[in-house]
Write a new protein. Structure first.
Length: 286
């Protein structure tokens, strides 16, 4: 098995296993935490006057449903994600709300979308995990009509996002085998370099590339903080394999490290992101 195929299988196993289940269980916490970023993307769709929208890396579907509500019966929003547990949760919520949204469990990197079917592609933290970003963005370009829009929010540098790295930094002395984030690999901060993102988009058929910094204040209830860092992220994925004594020490140490972000009953932090915009070039793709 070649390395690319192995990496694809590892990604699928991760998001269809514990990671996908954890994201589903904490949907409410995550959706409220990132509500301001959801609103940015919903407003971007409205400004484009898009009617058919593709949400990439949709997870449990919060953004997909929010866009579908804004579009109303005359539009549609399709969410795509590799995680069956998250897609199942998204479908359940869409059915309960009875909104014009649908979901596809597939890898957006090579899924056979209908050519030119969408007016816009959006993503909230969903495009940084592609193993072959040029191939992925070229595939998304084919799914969008000529001059259709791309609007994505991705994380900037880890140094600008201390909240997102607090758990790993605090736990590392107690968990020496904790996986290290590598900026050149798919993951949360894979698109921190704006020049890299510009190059990837240009190589995959996108033009009019506009990348701007956005700093968004996000919050979550203090009472959810421990559940948040023990279920999500590198620490959350690693903790199930440690003994109870080690787990207790990690939880106490990490919770203390988050104290600067705690304000009474609320945890507050700034999400330092890029708002990535582009247009689908009318030039023919190879």
């Amino acid at each position: 098995m070649d390395s690319a195929r192995r990496a694809d299988d590892e990604q699928a196993a991760r998001w269809n296993g514990p990671a996908g289940q954890a994201w589903g269980e904490l949907k409410g916490v995550r959706e409220e935490m990132f509500r301001p970023i959801e609103e940015l993307l919903v407003d971007a769709v409205a400004a484009e006057k898009a009617r058919h929208v593709l949400d990439v890396g949709c997870g449990t579907g919060g953004l997909t449903l929010a866009v579908a509500r804004r579009l109303g019966p005359g539009g549609r929003c399709v969410g795509v994600d590799i995680s069956e547990p998250m897609i199942s949760r998204a479908r359940e919520d869409a059915e309960q709300e009875d909104v014009w949204a649908s979901f596809v469990c597939a890898d957006a990197q090579d899924h056979a979308f209908e050519s030119g079917a969408f007016d816009a592609v959006i993503s909230r933290f969903g495009v940084m995990f592609f193993l072959d970003p040029v191939r992925a963005f070229a595939n998304l370009r084919r799914a969008v009509r000529d001059e259709g829009a791309l609007r994505c929010v991705v994380w900037r540098d880890p140094a600008e996002n201390p909240f997102m790295t607090t758990a790993q930094r605090a736990a590392s002395p107690l968990l020496p085998d904790l996986p290290v984030r590598r900026p050149d690999e798919p993951g949360q901060f894979a698109f921190a370099d704006a020049d890299k993102v510009r190059r990837l988009l240009a190589e995959s058929g996108w033009a009019g590339i506009d990348i701007r910094p956005v700093d968004v204040v996000c919050t979550l209830p203090e009472q959810e903080l421990v559940r948040y860092f023990t279920r999500l992220g590198p620490v959350g994925m690693y903790l199930p394999g440690v003994d109870e004594q080690t787990r207790g020490r990690v939880v106490r140490r990490v919770r203390a490290a988050f104290e600067p972000f705690v304000h009474g009953t609320e945890v507050r932090f700034t999400a330092a992101c890029w708002m990535v915009g582009a247009r689908a070039s009318s030039a023919k793709l190879s």
